[in-house]
Structures are given as C-alpha cells and as structure tokens.
Design a protein around this ligand. Sequence first.
Ligand SMILES: NC(=O)c1ccc[n+]([C@@H]2O[C@H](COP(=O)([O-])OP(=O)(O)OC[C@H]3O[C@@H](n4cnc5c(N)ncnc54)[C@H](OP(=O)(O)O)[C@@H]3O)[C@@H](O)[C@H]2O)c1
Length: 278
Amino acid sequence: MILLQIEANFIPLITLSNKASLLPMKNNYLSKFTFKRYLVALTLGICFSLACPLTVSANTIVIYGATGNIGSKIVTEALDRGHKVIGVSRSPETLKINHRNFSAAKGDVSDLQSMLDVIKGADTVIMSVRGSGPNNYPEESLDYVASKVFIQAARKIGQDAPRVIHLGGGSTLYSKGVLALDARPSTEGTAQHGLVWGHWLALQNYRATTAVKWTVVSPSGGYDAEGPRTGQYRQGWDEVLVDESGKSKGISHRDMAVAIIDEIEKPKALKRRMTIGY
Ligand SMILES: NC(=O)c1ccc[n+]([C@@H]2O[C@H](COP(=O)([O-])OP(=O)(O)OC[C@H]3O[C@@H](n4cnc5c(N)ncnc54)[C@H](OP(=O)(O)O)[C@@H]3O)[C@@H](O)[C@H]2O)c1
C-alpha cells in the first residue's frame, strides 16, 4: 500500500530531493516497465532509509527477579518492545507468562554455575533481586552477592559476556555532595541496614572492575509501585534528581522499566551508575 501510494505521489515526493538527478532515466530511451522497476527500487530505498533509524534490534534479556515488584514490570516492558526475555526464578513454574518471546528459567544468583548456565548467550542481564543474610550484614545481602557472582561469571565467559544492569538503592545517591547513607544512618544489624549498605557494596564492586560491562540504576526518591507508565523521566548520574523545591519525586516501577529498556536499546551509562526520576 505504501509502495502504491508513494508511486502515485512520486513526483511531489522526490521534489524533496534532487529531482533532476533522480529522474534522468524517465527520458524517452527507457521503457515504461524499466522505469516502474526503477521507481519500486527507489521507493524501497526510501522506505528502508526512513525505517532504519527507528529500528532497534531485539535483545535477549535475562531478568533475575522476574517474579518481583520491579522485575515483573521490566519483563512486560521488554516483551512489549519486541525483546526476547528469559525470566529467572528459583521457582520458574510460578512465571505464568504466555508470550512467544518469553521463557522461564530456574536460577539462583548466588550460584556461579547456575548463573553461567542461564546467562550464556544473552545480551543483557537485569538484576532486580532482594534478600538479606542471616546476620543482616551488608556482605551477606543478595545484591552484593549477585554482583560478585555476576563479575565472576562475566570473567569466565570473557569477551562475549552480557552486560548487566543492576537495580540499585536510592540511598547510595548524593545530595549536594552528601551521601544519603551518611545523612540518614540506619541501625547496624537490621535488615534495612544490610540491604542499603549491600547496595553500596555492590556498586563499589562493579566500580572496581574494568572488564565487565555494568550499569547500576538507582531511583531518585521512592518507588511508586502502582504508578503509571508515562514514558517520561529524567536521567542523571550520582546526584539525586530534585524538583524546583528541592524535593525528589521518585519514579514509578513502570517508568523505571521504561528507562531500563531505553538504556538497553541506546546505552548512555555503560560502566557507570545512573539515576532515574521525575
Ligand atoms: N521496591 C522498591 O521500592 C525499591 C526501592 C529501591 C530499590 N529497590 C531495589 O530494587 C530491587 C528489586 O526490588 P523489588 O521490590 O522488585 O524486589 P522483590 O519484589 O522483593 O523481588 C525480589 C526478587 O528477588 C528474587 N530472588 C530472591 N532470592 C533470589 C536468589 N537467590 N536467586 C535468584 N533470585 C532471587 C525473587 O525471585 P524468586 O523468589 O522468584 O526466586 C524475587 O523476584 C532490589 O535490589 C531493591 O533493593 C527497590
């Protein structure tokens, strides 16, 4: 249909370009048939060049935490945008997603061999996991453990290792140079303390590597679990994003998912931490 329409409107269309150079062959010595073939080829070329910048090649994305609050939204966003998703869970039978580009895999982020089996061949791995250790030590937090295991796995795989995008904590951001973890100290030995400092350790762990393709994404302000997908957000680096009154407005899980898939499709934060907020 597009072809027919473009053929009918061919003259006005190509006047946008250089009509003289595009149409030299229409002059008498070419048959009507050849000219039509020329038009079709040219039309295809125009369509291809118009379509190309909009085309994003599909990625294979492994999502740890696919059953979780944020991970499940990332699964939906990735599938809606045409990517292939492998959702990972310790109980993959609970992932009842019926989509031709989705498959479920059993996996444990704390197990190197399990991770190697799951992530091999993937383009990107999302870490959206949560867990504390028996003593609530930051070193026991699942985020820190997952970062260690991923780095080991990536080193083993080598050149072809996927990139990791790891969901980080908002309290590892700075506000006018002051680290939120310092400004709002939590009580050692509590789950909260272990989790937030575990995020800090995971971030430092990635920062200490040069061979691994990593990004940590921290929200500026709280998450809104049921908030809408607006597709609008701001992106920053280590400083928390605030509005005119100095307050951070947070981000919905769905818009965090949008930002993460945007980052996969058009990387801006390779080997660094970024923040997302309204
Ligand atoms: N939610 C928020 O408001 C918020 C705010 C700031 C930062 N974050 C960060 O965002 C991340 C995700 O948060 P969330 O609220 O979406 O978490 P969540 O709903 O509690 O989900 C946690 C996920 O971790 C997975 N998991 C736990 N142990 C695992 C293991 N050993 N191996 C593999 N997967 C494991 C679980 O999968 P299975 O049980 O299926 O295996 C589950 O899907 C966390 O790092 C969190 O700190 C969240």
